[in-house]
Design a protein around this ligand. Structure first.
Ligand code: UD1
Ligand code: UDP
Length: 404
């Protein structure tokens, strides 16, 4: 049998898409006899995207460079759609790979559809069933799902969501989430290369975290100084939501001077302003407002943290594997698996509620221990191998069945 080469075009543009797609790029690039891999970044994010490309050593073939300060959803959609027209004409891929629920991924799926090129959706089938929460992500993934030919669902629940929408079972594959592949890659790297830890700590010191303070954080251990790690960026929390989140953090920092609160702030001006006005201005010794971190230092801080307060999707998937309780500052989640397992809890954005829930975990050891169990509902670090197998046109159905 002659080997059929599959020409694959990756399109992604934001930090989380890059973290979850770069390991897959690397996996497909291991097999040049099977895959002709091209990568197009839209540049929906710039610095935060480039940080990830550097770590995974992915060099894009195309960069649409669409990011503008304060861009809105129209800007991103138009930039991606019109930029991809020429890329698709030049590359003529057999399949376009998009990820998750960003506007990059939905506009890219539409661009591929307009050329009648099949779309493979990585991290398919996540749903809250509320189109305004998260907004616009819930609608983005619905639209991408309608367009996609291949659906790589991370869990059985996400597969069931697609079945409920009448997607054919033979088009859906449960692969696990590639974020676990990314996490394993960096954890292995940190374990195997001792000097990397020193390099990571150096980066964190340059970001404003004192070495001695970092040394005192001891993960889930209750006896030493404790670290509460914070991230937040959801559009539906802009305005009052972020003000309330920041007020809660300030109150917690005042109430618990023996706990450190570290917040690497997303570059979106809608996030930076309230964080600056409320938290930076508060000038408290135990609040560290720092720049977005590269993936390695961020994972390092997750592993050193006592608990994580976030509205991020990716962090909800990573932290449970590290045995970290996660309080999610949202009212809905498309990732119910870790909530069911008990390590993730939805707390919304109400100031009092956030204050109360964090306090409970800081004060009540029993409640903390119940949430601090390591669980791994999102994958085993082999999602990329499974997806590569599925995209390989030379593998027979029988061989596939052996693998799954
Ligand atoms: C986007 C995604 C969201 C994803 C998030 C991950 C959409 C609609 N939103 O939201 O689903 O969860 O990324 O972080 O697709 N900026 C920079 N440099 C950067 C990145 C952002 O300066 O490297 C600033 C710019 O002013 C930019 C703004 O942040 O205009 C907003 O970026 P955008 O991608 O539109 O929205 P996010 O909130 O990042
Ligand atoms: N992350 C990072 N540096 C940071 C904050 C987060 O590398 O300073 C990583 C985090 O580990 C996760 C991803 O970024 O893999 C999540 O991105 P984000 O929260 O921006 O987007 P979401 O997952 O909500 O779409």
């Amino acid at each position: 049998m002659t080997t059929q080469i599959n020409k694959v075009l990756f399109v992604f543009g934001t930090r989380p898409e890059a973290i979850k797609m770069c390991p897959l790029v690397k996996e497909l690039e291991k097999h040049p006899e099977i895959f002709d891999v091209k990568v197009c970044v839209t540049g929906q994010h710039r610095e935060m995207l480039d940080q990830v490309l550097n770590i995974f050593e992915v060099r894009p073939d195309f960069d649409l460079k669409i990011m503008k300060q304060g861009q809105d959803l129209y800007d991103v959609t138009i930039g991606v759609l019109s930029g991809l027209r020429e890329v698709l004409e030049v590359v003529k891929p057999d399949v376009v790979l998009v990820h998750g629920d960003t506007t990059t991924s939905t506009a890219a799926a539409m661009a591929a559809f307009y050329k009648q090129i099949p779309v493979a959706h990585v991290e398919a089938g996540l749903r809250t069933h509320n189109i305004y929460s998260p907004w616009p992500e819930e609608m983005n993934r619905n639209i991408t799902g309608r367009i996609a030919t291949y659906h790589f669902a991370p869990t059985k629940i996400s597969k069931q969501n697609l079945l409920d929408e009448n997607v054919k079972a033979e088009q859906i594959f449960v692969t696990g989430n590639t974020v676990l592949d990314a996490l394993h890659m960096v954890l292995d790297k940190m374990e195997q290369q001792g000097d990397i830890k020193t390099e990571v700590e150096k980066q964190l010191v340059e970001n404003g975290l004192p070495l001695a303070t970092m040394a005192s954080w001891n993960g889930n251990n209750k006896s030493e100084r404790r670290l509460v790690l914070i991230t937040g960026h959801r559009r539906e929390n802009f305005g009052d939501g972020f003000i309330s989140i920041c007020q809660a953090i300030k109150k917690l920092a005042q109430e618990y001077p023996e706990v450190d609160f570290v917040y690497p702030v997303h570059l979106n001006p809608n996030v930076r302003k309230p964080v600056h006005d409320i938290l930076q201005q508060a000038d408290l010794d135990n609040i560290y407002i720092i720049s977005p971190l590269e993936y390695l230092p961020f994972v390092y801080l997750m592993s050193k943290s006592y608990l994580i307060l976030t509205d991020s999707g990716g962090v909800q998937e990573e932290a449970p594997g590290l045995g970290k309780p996660v309080l999610v500052m949202r009212n809905t989640t498309e990732r119910p698996e870790a909530v069911t397992a008990g390590t993730v809890k939805l707390v919304g954005v109400d100031e009092e509620k956030i204050y109360k829930e964090v306090s409970e975990l800081l004060n009540n050891e029993e409640a903390y221990d119940l949430m601090g169990q390591a669980v791994n509902p999102y994958g085993d670090g082999k999602a990329c191998q499974r997806i590569a197998r599925l995209l390989n046109r030379n593998v027979t159905i029988e061989q596939l069945a052996e693998f799954f």
